[in-house]
Write a new protein. Structure first.
Length: 268
């Protein structure tokens, strides 16, 4: 049986495989996480939008601490390695963020994604975000902290802040850095060059392929809320198509009832 330290080491190693970025799909509940793991993904992240929307709450507003922890306790420590999106840590008190990280690690998480974007469209001061990172690493050294900066994601011409923030987060002890919103190969290459840490980007329909991202030096590619939004869109399109045409529209492969039932844990 693997220990928490073994799992953490395995997750870290996935960020350092030659020529093969970690493709990290993001789940929003037990079934989506279990289905992705059954499809052969060794690691699964969570999506804060999916977790928040499923609970009827806004994303990025610091209101889903309980839901995030509940999901981690439900799916952590299973057959796959779990990284949890914790928005900005649900607090500006580094000690409280560290307490959450410790609870998530106890639940079986091997990583957290900690972002500096704020609900008002601004950015957390870099010194404060660095303090959160440092507090988490002090509390749970084995936890992989993926430090996200929203300098590109939020727009507003703040791209010049990216490199200094990546440096500050590295110095605070981050294990990886995440710059969502990058799709231009030159900008991605610049972000890779700006840090010695593994760079995470979001997969995008208009962005480079996985092969191209690997060539640029990207070490982790995540899907964010895309899978959740695709599932939501497919559900609505199916219902609307049936209402409009009287027959079910063509659909991609749909898991059968028994297949989904098999994703549940014994006794559920």
């Amino acid at each position: 049986m693997s220990t928490a330290g073994d799992s953490a080491a395995a997750f870290r190693e996935l960020h350092h495989r030659p020529g093969a970025p970690l493709l990290l799909p993001n789940a929003w509940d037990h079934a989506s996480a279990a289905a992705l793991a059954a499809a052969g993904f060794p690691a699964v992240g969570t999506t804060s939008l999916g977790v928040a929307a499923a609970a009827g709450l806004p994303d990025g507003a610091g209101r889903t601490r309980a839901e995030t922890l509940r999901l981690a306790r439900r799916i952590g420590g299973g057959s796959f390695l779990l990284s949890v999106d914790v928005e900005g840590g649900f607090s500006d008190d580094p000690a409280e963020v560290a307490d959450l990280a410790a609870e998530l690690a106890e639940a079986g998480a091997v990583g957290v994604n900690l972002e500096d974007g704020r609900a008002d469209g601004g950015l957390t001061p870099p010194r404060l975000h660095a303090a959160k990172i440092s507090a988490v690493k002090s509390a749970v050294p084995r936890l992989f902290v993926n430090a996200r900066t929203d300098t590109h994601w939020l727009g507003g011409g703040r791209g010049a802040e990216t490199a200094p923030r990546l440096a500050a987060y590295r110095d605070a002890g981050a294990d990886g850095v995440f710059v969502p919103g990058l799709t231009d190969p030159a900008a991605i290459a610049a972000a890779v060059d700006a840090t010695a840490l593994p760079l995470n980007v979001l997969a995008a329909p208009d962005g480079p392929s996985l092969t191209r991202l690997a060539g640029l030096g990207v070490r982790r590619v995540s899907l964010g809320s895309l899978l959740f939004r695709l599932a939501l869109g497919a559900a609505v399109d199916t219902a609307v198509g049936l209402r409009a045409n009287g027959v079910l529209p063509p659909a991609p492969a749909v898991p059968g009832y028994a297949e989904v039932q098999a994703l549940t844990s014994p006794g559920d």
